[in-house]
Structure formats: structure tokens, C-alpha cells
Design a protein around this ligand. Structure first.
Ligand SMILES: [Fe+2]
Length: 344
């Protein structure tokens, strides 16, 4: 049996159930802080989570990462802002391959004390595990990209309740023209009502092929946006400053826009959930992904789908394909606990 088949089998075994024991019921909570807005709207921006200086550090690390591929990319020469000079990304700037989820700076971002504190307050526990998510480096005004909106949610319609919360730590100024996150504010609460009837997924040109078995992805049709808007939801573009963090319930309809101004978009996706949500098998698979520098889905505790696909360039595996980060993470207690490798 190949390694890939073996890990896929474990992955499938961890997905037997869509329910989670000890799922938290937040319906009677009142906090007097950002959590009230989060539970009302399914999303919230938390300001100044890291300092502007720290955010600048991450921008520089991300640019250095692009340069390490030696494809001729130059941040100061717009003529090099094309696919030929960049590692292979999804949707014009999301990097999940090449060991990117395990670069030391990605782990540094996940380990920022104020980032962890957000999820500790949200889930009311200090025992958290994180996803091995990618980053987003989107160059503005790219002429070599075809893009269309792809409103989706990252929770399977068969999962009920708030089972995962996604987030991103923003590093660069992100105003109205700088692309970024679009959220259908209020849509998380209507998740069960929307899926109470049979819904067909939209066959978007960028949709992953069914054989890849993304368990927690639903792509909406254009008409579905109106369904949510008719019920009081509002599609908003999230504007952020360096160091801000945005959280959204994975049932929320969302997508990302490409930047059209002068500013490069710099983001690290970060999701954390309680360790107790994970089964032993899920933790075992997570350990395998961590030790082999593989990415996962946005889900920290289940749907640990090892990202085994290789980045493809012109129909062939990218010559710059690599299975390790350039800078491996420091294996301290925070990293090992968030990875699920070390218990609390
Ligand atoms: Fe998403």
C-alpha cells in the first residue's frame, strides 16, 4: 500500500461522524467584548492583535519566501508579478504547497500570544489545536489571472452547530481597493435553514475535482447570495490595518477578492479549536502531517485531509516542488501543543 493510500484511509476513518462531542452551546452567553458581536454576526474584526512592527516583519518574511524560489520575482518590478516568477498558488495568491504551512514564520504567527488568546477566549479553553493552513500573498493588478467570485462556506451542510471558526492575521494595509475577505455577515445563523432543503453546489471553474474529497466545502450559486440578503444578511468587504485579526464562523458564506490598488496583500490563515474535539485517530493523522510538513484543511480537529497534491505548472509538477519548508519551525511546547503532537 502506498503512503498516500494509507494516509487517505486514515483520513477517511476520521471522517466517520459529522457530530462532535462536547460541542459548545453559546446561545446564553454575554461577554461585553468582541465575542458578543462574533456570536451575533458570525464574524468580527479584532484590532491591533500584533504591533505594526511585527506585522511588517511577517510581510518581509513572506516576500523573502517568494524570493527563495529563484524564479526572478522582484517586489519592486511589477513586470515580474506573473505566475512564471512565482510559486504555484490557488486563486492568485493562496500558498498551501511547498511546505508553506510549516515555514517557521507561519508557526510564529500561530504562536503569537495574542492570537492564541483570541481562540482561548472564544472556545473558553486553553487546550487548543490549530490547522496547518496556508498564507496569502496577493500582488495587485495582475494581468495574467482570470478571477471570478467563489462564494462558499467551509463547513459540510451535514455538520450542525458552530464546529469550526476560521481566522486570518492581516499584515499589510487592506483598504477598499486592496482586495481581501468578503463575508456574508449573518449567514452562519441561517446555515441550517438554508440547507434544510436540498441544495446543489455551484460548479465553479476553480472548484476542486470531487475525487479530492473536500469534506467541508460548499460552493454557492449567485442566486444563493440573494437568498441570504433577503433574510437580512449583508455582503461586506472586510477592511483591515496591519496587525488586525478577523474571525468568522466556518458556516459563513465568504470569498476573497484580488487587490486592485497599489498594496500587496499579506495574510496568514489561522484556525484553532479545542483539542477535545479531536479523536485519537485525527490526532495521529495530524502528527503525520506535522512531521511531514503537509498542509491540512482549515479544520484543526477533523477532516485532517493531508495535502498530498503537488503544485502543477503547465501540466507538469512545478520544478521548484519541495516537501520541506525553507526554514523549519522551532519545536517548542507551544508549537507542539498547537500541532496536536504534545498533550496539555
Ligand atoms: Fe474559505
Amino acid at each position: 500500500m502506498s503512503t498516500t493510500t494509507a494516509i487517505q484511509e486514515i483520513a477517511e476513518a476520521t471522517q466517520e461522524s459529522f457530530t462532535i462531542k462536547d460541542l459548545v452551546d453559546f446561545s446564553d452567553r454575554h461577554y461585553g467584548d468582541w465575542r458578543d458581536e462574533f456570536h451575533k454576526n458570525g464574524c468580527v474584526v479584532i484590532k491591533n492583535v500584533i504591533s505594526p512592527e511585527r506585522a511588517k516583519y511577517y510581510c518581509e518574511k513572506q516576500i523573502q519566501w517568494l524570493n527563495k524560489f529563484d524564479l526572478g520575482f522582484d517586489k519592486d518590478d511589477e513586470s515580474t508579478w506573473t505566475a512564471d516568477h512565482l510559486p504555484v498558488s490557488f486563486k492568485g495568491g493562496m500558498y498551501f504547497a511547498y511546505g508553506a504551512p510549516h515555514e517557521n514564520f507561519a508557526w510564529e504567527a500561530r504562536s503569537e500570544p495574542a492570537v492564541i488568546e483570541i481562540f482561548e477566549k472564544l472556545w473558553e479553553t486553553k487546550e487548543l489545536i490549530c490547522s496547518f493552513d496556508g498564507m496569502n500573498i496577493s500582488l495587485p493588478r495582475r494581468k495574467d489571472l482570470n478571477w471570478s467570485p467563489w462564494p462558499h462556506c467551509d463547513q459540510n451542510p451535514d455538520r450542525k452547530g458552530m464546529q469550526a471558526v476560521q481566522g486570518l492575521l492581516n499584515f499589510a494595509p487592506n483598504g477598499p481597493k486592496d482586495g481581501g475577505l468578503m463575508l456574508m455577515k449573518g449567514s452562519a445563523k441561517l446555515f441550517d435553514e438554508f440547507f434544510a432543503q436540498k441544495r446543489e453546489q455551484y460548479d465553479h471553474e476553480d472548484a476542486p475535482p470531487p475525487e479530492l474529497k473536500y469534506m467541508d466545502l460548499f460552493l454557492f450559486h449567485e442566486k444563493d447570495l440573494k437568498w441570504f440578503e433577503d433574510r437580512g444578511c449583508e455582503l461586506i468587504k472586510v477592511n483591515m490595518e496591519p496587525g488586525d485579526f478577523v474571525l468568522w464562523d466556518s458556516r459563513t458564506m465568504h470569498y476573497a477578492c484580488l487587490p486592485e490598488g497599489d498594496q500587496i496583500r499579506h495574510v496568514q490563515y489561522i484556525c484553532m479549536t479545542p483539542r477535545r474535539f479531536a479523536t485519537e485517530k485525527a490526532l495521529e493523522l495530524k502528527k503525520y502531517c506535522f512531521e511531514n510538513f503537509m498542509g491540512t484543511t482549515h479544520w484543526p480537529h477533523c477532516n485532517i485531509r493531508p495535502a498530498t497534491e503537488k503544485p502543477m505548472r503547465d501540466g507538469k509538477v512545478c520544478p521548484k516542488y519541495r516537501t520541506e519548508p525553507f526554514e523549519k519551525p522551532e519545536l517548542n511546547d507551544t508549537v507542539l501543543r498547537l500541532a496536536g503532537v504534545k498533550s496539555y
